[in-house]
Design a protein around this ligand. Structure first.
Ligand code: FAD
Ligand code: NAP
Length: 445
């Protein structure tokens, strides 16, 4: 908030009195000190010196990119952050134009993000990744059909994200580690920035209390969007807060633990659900809570490194969740119980402060009653004197009692999510208990 106030104060934050300049590489390199620090992100150069003391990661972290192109570093750490809006008063100008592709472009470009014209798709790419898709289109009076030839057998609905807005059509196809983009401009020039995450505006349809501080939000995708968030992945929600676009990650859930997990009959699931805890002193969630039914919030494409094939042939699934760290477990649990025939046991250990904080407690208890493969154990850190269940924090003693393998050879997966120290301590305890890396998945940003 202090930073936003400063950007709105009218102070000259670039030292250029509002002038935008063209910056050469030589010039950029000169501005590499804390009190004179320029950084380039995606071709735009910012004077970040005034922002130093507000950077949540600290000054040293920002200085790692001083006087240079910080795009890769930025993408590694917080690709979702809307720097264009946060730093707009620090914009010095653009980098001076260089030839569009350097001579050794083909060797450098390892990941194909977006579809290059055929002439630029190199042999290196063909060898490293799946062969590039191609596309075709045809049109009748009322319909434009776009066909994307992926040459892959196992394309699911959640591998394709389609948005159609005004005169532009955009389809993103995810094949293994590659993401391919088809973008068709039907008549007007396209303004969209394809470098970051893509957002579409979704309408708030309902908001229900789940606990004293957690709510189930239902958002409706635009009618011409097809987007299914894969199991274990999250999206970013974006809202303008005092004139600046702010984003935070959230993990979509099913509308209840009892909605069967199967491919939708219609190829368009238009609703997307979130369980979100409102922190009264938080920055983002009070704004989210203020939204009225019918208001809009922007939703990004999904991200995350959970691989659904980890669940194949699984026998024992253990879920360790604290607070809203329960959210990624919802789809994992639902998917595993409906789609993994080998599954023998799913156990959830759910850590909360008090009984009132437990999300979907009665649904969890009903599910345990209905499906004998599922067990749930609640652990409270600050229970009332009436609580007869388990108490305390995540600990080696609790884990070794809870995580009983059926046999030495049974295929096991342990998923972990909660406040960062909870997840980090849990990971260490699991390694000490001799679970291998492949048997553990921790959900983080
Ligand atoms: P913040 O402003 O971040 O504050 C959070 C809490 O910290 C508040 O209690 C606040 O008072 C306190 N605080 C803030 N600043 C300080 C300070 N300087 N000193 C002391 N205390 C401070 N959350 C969900 O509810 N549901 C989800 O599905 C979900 N999915 C997520 C997925 C991922 C991959 C990640 C990384 C996080 C997810 N989260 C989820 C958490 C979410 O992204 C936000 O962090 C959360 O909603 C808090 O946002 P906020 O801006 O309201 O609060
Ligand atoms: P919370 O209510 O503050 O905590 C839940 C439980 O965990 C409480 O019992 C709490 O105990 C305990 N706990 C807190 N810190 C701990 C620690 N260091 N070691 C052991 N136990 C600890 O949780 P919340 O407010 O819902 O927050 C959930 C967190 O999960 C957020 O940080 C959110 O970002 C994260 N999250 C991440 C993802 C993801 O990465 N994919 C998804 C969803 C949520 P006490 O309160 O009594 O200390």
């Amino acid at each position: 908030m202090d930073w936003i106030r400063l950007t709105k104060s009218g102070k000259d934050l670039t030292g250029l009195k509002g002038r935008l300049i063209e910056v050469t590489e030589e010039e950029l390199k000169k501005h590499n000190k804390k009190d004179d620090c320029w950084i380039c992100i995606r071709g735009f150069v910012y004077n970040v010196s005034p922002y130093m003391e507000y950077h949540p990661g600290g000054e040293d972290e920002l200085m790692r990119a001083a006087g240079s192109d910080g795009t890769d570093l930025f993408d590694q750490v917080h690709r979702w952050v809307n720097y264009e809006s946060m730093l707009k008063e620090c914009l010095v100008g653009r980098m001076a134009m260089k030839p569009a592709f350097p001579k050794d472009y083909h060797e450098e470009k390892k990941v194909l993000n977006g579809m290059l014209p055929q002439s630029q798709v190199t042999d290196t790419l063909a060898k490293e990744g799946p062969s590039s898709p191609s596309y075709d289109w045809f049109q009748t009076d009322s319909l434009v059909t776009i066909v994307i030839y992926t040459k892959q057998k196992d394309i699911n609905l959640d591998s394709v994200i389609v948005d159609h807005r005004d005169d532009s059509f955009r389809a993103e196809t995810v094949i293994k580690d590659y993401s391919y983009l088809v973008h068709v401009a039907l008549s007007h020039e396209i303004q969209e920035d394809f470098s970051g995450l893509f957002y579409r505006k979704c309408q708030l349809v309902s908001k229900e209390d789940v606990t004293h501080d957690t709510k189930l939000f239902c958002l409706m995708l635009p009618p011409s969007t097809h987007l299914e968030v894969p199991v274990g992945q999250h999206v970013y929600l974006r809202l303008p807060i005092t004139g600046t676009e702010i984003v935070k990650p959230y993990t979509p859930v099913c509308d209840s633990l009892f909605s069967e997990f199967k491919e939708p009959v219609l190829p368009n699931n238009i609703y997307i659900y979130f369980l979100i805890k409102i922190y009264p002193a938080g920055f983002f969630t009070p704004e989210l809570d203020q939204l009225q039914i019918g208001d809009y919030v922007s939703v990004s494409n999904p991200e995350g490194n959970f691989i659904i094939s980890q669940l194949q042939e699984l026998e024992d699934l253990f879920l360790l969740a604290a607070g809203t760290g329960f959210t990624p477990m919802v789809k994992v649990l639902n998917y595993a119980l409906t789609n993994i025939p080998s599954l023998r046991k799913v156990k959830l250990m759910f850590f909360n402060k008090t009984e009132d904080d437990i999300i979907w407690r009665s649904q969890l208890e009903k599910l345990a009653f209905k499906d004998k493969r599922f067990e749930v154990e609640f652990v409270l850190s600050a229970p009332t004197s009436e609580w007869s269940g388990k108490q305390g924090y995540i600990s080696p003693a609790l884990l070794s009692e809870f995580l009983k393998r059926r046999s030495d050879t049974s295929k096991v997966l342990i998923c972990l999510c909660g406040p960062t120290p909870f997840t980090e301590q849990g990971m260490k305890m699991l390694h000490d208990l001799n679970f291998s890396k492949d048997e553990i998945h921790s959900f983080t940003a």
